[in-house]
Ligand binder design. Structure first.
Ligand SMILES: [Cu+2]
Length: 191
């Protein structure tokens, strides 16, 4: 397929067109249904009362074992919901993490009970704060690419999203997370 044809397919609003004309996307999607390959314009994803706005990640160095996941989560419902984790073809597992200061060292730990999204509220997952951590990364994330994931909420259930990969420096210009931060409760990190 020529690059111009591929670009046309990527810009198309027709999911069927994308599915049939963009084998690269299908490859990225792995075993996931092809309808996950949404057009670039779609930045908001919804399931029940939960809205996911602009999920993004950052490029990873070769061989990096983990990648972060960031987004704005809005809850338009009258009761709280909980983000429990995520799955993605790019990783073995998607955990919910928080950052915290411990003796002036920034550390991260898994929120094993999930992250609460208050009723009529919102929570931002961003560098240095709450984030998704994809562990057991099986591919190198490159700037400008995308990957599929499914977010799992206690009430809203599973929500399919697409992460856009930004630059490595987009979140932590001075460091690679896996080296500069000690991680609590992350036994899968070295796998
Ligand atoms: Cu983390």
């Amino acid at each position: 397929m020529s690059s111009s044809r591929r670009a046309k397919a990527l810009n198309s609003k027709s999911l069927v067109k994308i599915a049939t004309r963009a084998p690269a996307l299908a490859l990225l999607a792995g075993t996931w249904p092809l309808q996950l390959a949404l057009p670039a314009a779609a930045e908001e994803f919804q399931g029940g009362n939960i809205h996911i706005i602009s999920p993004w990640s950052r490029a990873t160095p070769p061989g990096a074992p983990v990648a972060g996941g960031y987004m704005l989560i809005k809850n338009t419902g009258g009761s709280a919901d909980t983000l429990l984790g995520a799955t993605s073809p790019i990783a073995k597992e998607g955990q919910v993490h928080e950052m915290h200061m411990d003796a002036q060292v920034m550390r991260m730990r898994e929120l094993t009970h999930g992250l609460t999204i208050p009723a009529h509220g919102e929570v931002t997952l961003k560098p240095g704060n709450y984030h998704l951590m994809f562990t057991g990364l099986n591919t190198q994330l490159k700037l400008g690419t995308k990957f599929d994931a499914v977010l799992n909420f206690a009430h809203a259930g599973k929500i399919k999203v697409i992460f856009q990969v930004g630059s490595m420096a987009a979140m932590k210009p001075d460091s690679d997370m896996s080296e500069s931060m000690k991680m609590d409760g992350m036994k899968d990190m070295k796998k």
